[in-house]
Structure formats: C-alpha cells, structure tokens
Design a protein around this ligand. Structure first.
Ligand code: FAD
Ligand code: SF4
Length: 509
C-alpha cells in the first residue's frame, strides 16, 4: 500500500515512530512549511530560522538515504498555508491510500490531525511519540489514584524505571535530590565557558533571507543566531556542555549574572524539542561522564532531574489536563502585559537584562524565566493568556506542550496548585541573593517602601494582601503570612498605596 509519512517541524528524528518500517520503494515522506504554523504567534525570528533550517537539513539527510521526500517550501506558489490543505494536495498528487503520523506535541495540531480521519478512502495511523521516556499511557497509569501529581514522586518513579543513578532500589549517594546544594551564587573568579555557536551554511543563509523578508516585524534579533541546525551539530553542542558546563551545573543552577547569558546551562532545549537530540541519549551521555568521575553527583543528579523528571512530567501533565485547564485563572488576573516585555524599556534592571537577552538569543535560562519575568507577571497580576503568548513567542524552545504548563502552572499558579504546592512568588531579596542585577539598578532591594524601594518588594506583599483569602489557608504559605501579620495596618496601607501607584504607571505605558 502506498503510504505517506507526514513529518512535522518538531519531529526531526530519524528514529521517530512515523518512519519505522518505511519502504523506500513505495512510501514517501511529506514535509511542509506552513504559513498557519509560522504565524500562529509572532515567533521570535531566530526560532523561525532554527525550525525551517533544521527541517530543510533533515529532508536533505533523508534524501541522502534514498528516501523520497516531498518538501513544500513556505514561499512556494501553490502552498495552501495549512497542514490540512497540504495533506489533501499531497494525497491527490501521489495517490496515497494511507498516512502515518507520529502524534503531534500540541493539542491544537492533534485536533487537526484527528480531522484527517474523516477523509473518505484514507487510512490514518497515529503512532505514539517514541522520543519520550514516558508515554502518555504510562503517565496516566502513574497518576491513577493520586490526589496530587507532584513532580518529585514522578521523578523517583522515573529513576527506578530508567535505573539512572540507582544502586539497586536505592538512589546513588543515599539521597534522591541534591537541590539544596544547587543554590550557590557566582563568584568573580569563576570562569564561565562561552556558548558553542555554529556557522551559518548555505541552507541557513537562505532561510535567514526568507525570514528577514517575510517576518522582520516579528520579535527578536537575528544577528546573534548561532544555534545548531543539524543532528551532528546538536550532538557537538551536547558534548561541549558535558565537558565545559555540566561539572558546575549543579552548584550554579539557580544563579544569574549580568552579561552571562548561558552560565552553566546546556542550552539544548531547542534541540530536544525539535527532535535533533533524544532525551535517552542525553541522559546516557551524562551518566557516562559521571561514571568516568568528571562530573560530581549534585550536577549529574540535578541535570538528570531536569530531563527525566521535569521535562517528562511537564509533557504528561499537559496531556492530562488539556484543554480545559488552559482557561483557569486562579487569581482572576486581568492586567495587560506591559509594553516593556517587548522593548526591554524599563528601569527594573533584572527585567531589562532578561528581556534584552531574550531578544538577542531567543533564550533565557530557567531562573530568569521563572523568577524574573514570570515572578513579575505573577506579582503584577498580568492576565495568564497574555503572559503565555509572550513565552510562546520569545523562546527558541517554545512549544505549547512545554511552555504552557511552565507558564500557566509553574510561573503564574493560574491552575490553583495542580502543579506546585505554592506560588513561586519572591521579593527583591531573592533576586539580590541569586544575581548581581541589583548593583546596577536604580532601585534598592533592601528598601521595602518609599522612594527607591525595589518594586518586587512592595508588589510581593501586595500580592499576599490581595490574594489572602486564596493563599492564607495554604499550609506552605504560613511563614509569609506570619511575617505579614507582624506589619502594622499603616505599613500595609502604604504597601497597597505604593503598589497601586506603580501598577497604574505600568498600565499607562
Ligand atoms: C515560564 C517558563 C516558561 C518555559 N517555557 C519553556 C518552553 O517553552 N520550552 C522549554 O523547553 N522549556 C521551557 N521552560 C523550562 C526551562 O526554563 C527550559 O527548558 C530551560 O531554560 C532550557 O534551557 P537549557 O537547555 O539551558 O536548560 P538546562 O537548565 O540546562 O536544563 C536541561 C534540560 O532540562 C529540560 N528542562 C529543565 N527544566 C524544564 C522544565 N521546567 N520543563 C521542561 N523541560 C525542562 C530542558 O529540556 C532543558 O534543556 C520554561 C520555564 C518557565 C519557568
Ligand atoms: S533592585 Fe529590584 S528591580 Fe532592581 S534589579 Fe534588584 S530586584 Fe530587580
């Protein structure tokens, strides 16, 4: 039977289930650049270059194996601009009777694909995405009967299943989690390795020209583009991180520093999410370095937790609660996203630096995303869907399945606690402890109120005051509320006044 294998832009793995059993004599692969996807939000220009260039390179690598690839370019005259339109055209063009697809990562695209099943005379086979270590069915089995789905328990279950860092049934070193030793602040003496960057080849240059021509109004700079666009390059980036970043990853995982954009982070999420790297091989490379003694346990454990814990958990969580949970808004937040999230034009130095880095690299590391831009959006009561759209636009690794739970649930607590036991809300003291941003800021992180006080300080207390009915009953919020209770009514009144004046200012800019 003549079969079409549809490969989507984030499914660029040779071993992906949709390609299993491909018969080069009868089957062909369809890859299509579609306008609807390129413009579903105003993606960062670097993300567009990365995805389109990686797709074109992947198609070339399949052709080198003598696999027939029907590749539709974005600016092709007859391109209908949608998955359904392109699939219909391809079915007619090639007279195929069957389509094989790997399940898409995103709810919206899954709906489109499910719609193909009604095409008369066409068989549609949707296969599991074999690139995750935990399938959707396995996640559902793990979650059955649990009152809350906490990542830590999922992670321990995954450690046992995979055997990574296990001594029989016991965790290596006697502890499951070394997070408490992963909070060191950077010192001046520490040398941070430069990020591995890749030169643009002819294919990427062509895509850069296309993006400059068609998407120059989208967010972000293109000049500093240096992402890997092939599997070979992504493997090089991984190896570079294992040698130069991983040994220090654990200690400095939460640290932030002006001018240091990647610190000891891997910057491999865009490759994992596109399929250029597979989580299992990343973990094996980490284990190899650990077993050779070149990486300490807190780094190996801390990094594995991100991959087999957080990443897999977030994906299972997404499919468990979509689509209804996307609409939740626990704090009834309604403020519009301030314009400085796009321009970086703000006096709050931590925000300015994070937004500028994001524009330059289509990347910011986890603590910048969670504790700077995310924390501010939470404290300022910005409407969740606007924050989510921003995160989906600005990062090279952003796809709904991973961006949404991280933003909606982890950063904004908009689901009321399905993912976290309490909101990740913090004052300027936290940012001052974990970064050097405050030393260059017009505000003072030690001042709670009055002229020059750090806005994160009074916004933090304001957040606790206005959300008291929802948060005070939470046992994990006992300490902050005890501290609030120590304040006089006058202090609380002044906090409210200053916070409301500040928020009115950002509303008007
Ligand atoms: C508000 C917010 C939005 C986010 N949006 C995205 C997104 O759109 N896409 C995305 O891939 N990650 C997202 N994350 C998670 C995390 O910030 C990024 O995966 C990480 O910063 C990527 O950089 P890195 O490769 O240097 O990661 P490292 O810090 O080196 O971590 C290694 C890997 O672990 C995985 N990982 C770590 N934390 C998470 C997590 N919370 N969720 C899923 N995977 C994780 C990633 O694959 C990452 O590459 C978001 C986090 C927050 C707080
Ligand atoms: S003082 Fe406040 S606003 Fe300024 S950098 Fe520090 S935390 Fe950010």
């Amino acid at each position: 039977m003549k079969t079409l294998r549809l490969i989507m832009g984030d499914q660029l793995s040779r071993n992906i289930s949709a390609l299993h059993g491909i018969d080069p004599d009868h089957d062909l692969v369809l890859m299509t650049e579609v306008w609807d996807e390129a413009t579903s939000v105003r993606h960062h220009q670097q993300k567009l270059v990365l995805v389109l260039s990686a797709m074109r390179h992947f198609a070339e690598s399949l052709r080198n194996e003598s696999i027939r690839v029907d590749y539709i370019y974005l600016d092709e005259k007859n391109n209908t601009g949608s998955f359904s339109g392109e699939l219909k055209r391809a079915i007619k063009r090639h007279q195929v009777e069957k389509v094989i697809i790997t399940e898409p990562g995103e709810w919206r695209v899954r709906e489109i694909i499910e719609g193909f099943k009604t095409t008369p005379g066409l068989q549609v086979e949707i296969r599991d995405d074999n690139r995750f270590l935990c399938s959707q069915a396995e996640f559902t089995r793990w979650s059955a009967g649990r009152k809350t789905l906490r990542m830590e328990y999922f992670y321990r279950w995954m450690r046992r299943r995979t055997g990574f860092l296990m001594n029989g049934s016991e965790p290596e070193g006697g502890s499951w989690n070394y997070d408490s030793s992963n909070r060191r602040a950077l010192t001046k003496k520490l040398v941070i390795p430069p990020r591995k960057r890749f030169k643009l080849d002819a294919i990427t240059v062509e895509v850069v020209n296309l993006v400059e021509k068609m998407f120059s109004h989208h967010f972000g700079d293109l000049e500093s583009f240096g992402w890997a666009v092939t599997r070979a390059e992504a493997l090089e980036a991984l190896q570079d991180f294992i040698e130069h970043g991983l040994p220090w990853f654990g200690d400095y995982q939460d640290a932030m520093k002006s001018g240091e954009e990647f610190i000891f982070h891997a910057a491999i999420s865009p490759y994992l999410n596109l399929g250029l790297l597979i989580p299992g091989e990343v973990c094996s490379a980490v284990m190899q370095a650990y077993n050779q003694g070149s990486v300490p346990l807190n780094s190996a454990e801390g990094f594995l937790r991100q991959i087999i814990g957080w990443r897999e958990y977030i994906r299972g969580f997404y499919w468990m609660y979509m689509p209804a949970y996307k609409k939740t808004n626990y704090f009834a937040a309604t403020r519009s996203l301030p314009s400085f999230y796009w321009s970086g034009d703000t006096e709050l130095n931590c925000l300015r630096e994070t937004i500028e880095v994001t524009s330059r690299n289509a990347y910011a590391h986890h603590i910048q995303r969670l504790m700077i831009t995310g924390n501010f959006a939470l404290l300022a009561g910005i409407e969740p869907s606007q924050v989510e759209e921003w995160y989906l636009i600005v990062y090279a690794d952003a796809y709904d399945w991973v961006e949404l739970p991280n933003t909606h649930s982890m950063a904004l607590y908009a689901d009321g606690g399905l993912l976290s036991s309490k909101p990740y809300a913090a004052s300027g003291a936290y940012i001052n402890r974990m970064s050097d941003y405050c030393s260059e800021c017009v505000y003072n992180p030690r001042l709670k109120l009055g002229a020059g006080a750090c806005p994160f300080n009074y916004l933090y207390w304001y957040f606790l005051i206005i959300n008291e009915d929802r948060l005070r009953p939470n046992p994990r919020m006992g300490l902050p509320y005890r501290n609030l209770d120590r304040m006089s009514d006058e202090q609380k009144y002044m906090i409210k006044q200053q916070a409301e004046v500040f928020l009115a200012q950002i509303d008007s800019c």
